[in-house]
Design a protein around this ligand. Structure first.
Ligand SMILES: NC(=[NH2+])NCCC[C@H](N)C(=O)O
Ligand SMILES: [Mn+2]
Ligand SMILES: [Mn+2]
Length: 298
């Protein structure tokens, strides 16, 4: 398969320095040549341009949507890059950066496919809006925007309106949800498999259930959005919002292997590696190992 690596060196969605060095770090660790070992042609498309913003301007046009203008611009460009990759039958691997970039990738995927699903592996739901967010950090909101919930500058990125049908969204590993997010899950009847449920039932059973659902819906493609904080906090010091009682590394690998082998995954985000918080590169090395593992099974 052909893979296009698209780096997005941004921290604005997290409002904490560190994730912007993710693409550089993974390149330093030879991500492209590692993936190409598994019979893939890997093309490194470099980085999406991230404009500089003065920190005092972060509230520029909206008090509870920090760095709104820049995040909109970056995601619009990213969306087109992801769409172009898919049109060229190349797998877009989007390397963050913080999770705000999922909005751009899902928007690009959405233009390429009619009936696709999003699998969101994360300790968080990332379904806040400017009304429910306690932080104003846009990385806690992209999945809501993709479902057309929230502020219109963010829901209308790349093209107007909804990018993904909420019925086709699967959140895995959740264990740190804000009140507004819990309410939205109820209102929209979203598919959420919490970390507790995964650890009780077993990852294998949960992934199988998700795949059965995808099959019954005749899904043609899946976008996998992987936030490193899906994994239990003790294994990932290098992420900005770690949460304990998560999934361990072995189970994470089982999930990624099963999803990769399904051949349904056509695009992926890999986000929230915080290089500045990392300890001796353990999280960066784990990131490389997980990507190596995933694309080995693809
Ligand atoms: N992509 C992430 N790591 N998101 C963390 C979000 C944390 C919190 N729920 C917020 O909205 O601020
Ligand atoms: Mn996230
Ligand atoms: Mn998260």
């Amino acid at each position: 398969m052909d893979i296009n690596i698209i780096g997005v060196p941004i921290y604005y969605g997290a409002d904490k320095r560190g994730p912007e060095y993710g693409p550089e770090k993974l390149r330093e660790k030879k991500v492209a040549s590692i993936l190409s070992k598994h019979n893939h042609q890997v093309y490194d498309f470099g980085n999406i341009y991230v404009p500089e913003v003065k920190p005092y301007n972060k509230f520029y046009s909206h008090g509870n949507l920090k760095y709104l203008e820049s995040i909109v611009e970056v995601n619009r460009n990213l969306a087109h890059s992801v769409y172009s990759s898919l049109k060229a039958e190349s797998f877009p691997l989007v390397i963050g950066g913080d999770h705000s970039i999922a909005l751009g990738s899902i928007s690009g995927v959405s233009r390429a496919y009619n009936n696709f699903a999003v699998i969101w592996m994360d300790a968080h739901g990332d379904i806040n809006t400017h009304d429910t967010s306690e932080s104003g950090n846009i990385h806690g909101m992209p999945l809501a925007k993709a479902m057309n919930v929230g502020y219109e500058d963010l829901t209308n990125i790349y093209f107007e309106g909804q990018k993904v049908n909420p019925e086709n969204v699967f959140i895995l590993g959740a264990r740190d949800l804000d009140d507004g997010e819990v309410q939205l899950i109820k209102e929209m009847d979203l598919n959420v498999y919490s970390a507790d449920e995964i650890n009780e039932k077993g990852i294998h059973i949960v992934i199988q259930q998700v795949m059965d659902r995808l099959k019954s819906k005749n899904i043609e493609a899946v976008h996998l959005s992987f936030d490193l904080d899906f994994i239990d906090a003790k294994y990932v010091p290098g992420t900005g919002t770690p949460v304990s009682l998560g999934v361990n590394i072995e189970d994470t690998k089982t999930a990624l292997k099963m999803l990769a082998e399904s051949q349904l995954i056509k695009s992926m985000d890999f986000v929230e590696l915080n290089v500045l918080l990392d300890k001796n590169d353990v999280t960066a090395d784990l990131a490389i190992h997980l990507l190596d593992w995933t694309f080995k099974h693809m």
